[in-house]
Design a protein around this ligand. Structure first.
Ligand code: SAM
Length: 250
């Protein structure tokens, strides 16, 4: 079955140290940001996140990717009007990078990933935080233990470019049911690349892209409404990111 194959593919990549092989996660494996990189953080946070099209002040680099991650818990709330308390789901949480800051802010966080290998790593990394429930989900679903209308926020960072379109659609349909009436979901998509591709390739970790219209259709066909859609682009680069905040239809 396609979803079982997909799960085993991610288990294998995680067993082989997926995150350690990606330099943009190196802050979490002991690399301290340099003074120049700290300047990058400041410049990034000075952007006007209320614009719908944001030109990145730096060209693409691993340093920019790291800076985006370091400052994420700040720009996210400048860009979107999000619930800041209650119950949050971090879907595709990996080793718990985002779960850590979310657990300081939300009363309860459900941290879930398709890979049991990386969930064990997250459990160890965050063992001192008592308000996190760890789960393993199927390729096209959220954790089965989640009740309808129980979540204030669902956060899905850098996951949907790595999975089949039908899996992303399946996940968002379940998110629509699991959100409280005032709840919201935030996720990002790659754009201006592979927008007509249905099956990605393993050696590119899938790399599926969405146009703005495809992003809107993904949300609306899942029974959610787009609250804001923001495009981050770099003038010299053809690939951009779409950031989507969607809300429950009530
Ligand atoms: C690029 S990493 C991002 C990790 C984390 N969100 C972060 O920003 O640090 C993608 C993660 O998504 C997970 N993943 C892939 N497909 C998934 C799915 N269908 N459901 C949940 N997690 C998935 C992978 O195992 C991996 O940990």
């Amino acid at each position: 079955m396609k979803s079982d194959y997909f799960k085993s593919m991610w288990e294998k990549m995680q067993r082989e140290g997926y995150f350690r092989h990606h330099a943009d996660y190196s802050d979490h494996f002991g690399q301290a940001p340099s003074a120049d990189e700290r300047v990058m953080d400041t410049k990034l946070l000075e952007l006007d996140f209320r614009q719908d099209e944001i030109s990145m002040p730096f060209g693409y680099s691993q340093e920019l990717e790291r800076s985006v991650k370091r400052t994420e818990s700040e720009w996210l709330y400048k860009m979107f009007d999000l619930p800041s308390s209650g119950v949050a789901l971090d879907l595709g949480c990996g080793f718990g990078r985002t779960t850590g800051w979310m657990a300081k802010q939300y009363a309860q966080v459900i941290a879930s990933d398709i890979s049991s290998v990386v969930i064990e790593e997250a459990r160890k990394n965050l063992k001192n935080m008592k308000n996190i429930e760890f789960c393993v989900n199927e390729a096209d679903s959220i954790p089965v233990s989640i009740n309808d209308r129980s979540l204030d926020l669902v956060y899905i960072f850098t996951v949907f470019q790595h999975i089949h379109r039908e899996f992303a659609a399946g996940i968002l349909k379940q998110v629509a049911t699991a959100l409280k009436p005032e709840g919201k979901v935030v996720f990002n998509l790659l754009s201006d690349i592979n927008e007509q591709v249905d099956d990605g390739a393993e050696d590119t970790e899938w790399t599926i892209g969405y146009s703005k219209d495809q992003a809107i259709a993904l949300v609306e066909n899942s029974g959610l409404s787009v609250e804001r859609l923001v495009r981050w682009y770099r003038p010299e680069n053809e690939v951009s990111w779409l950031w989507v905040c969607a809300k429950s239809n009530g």
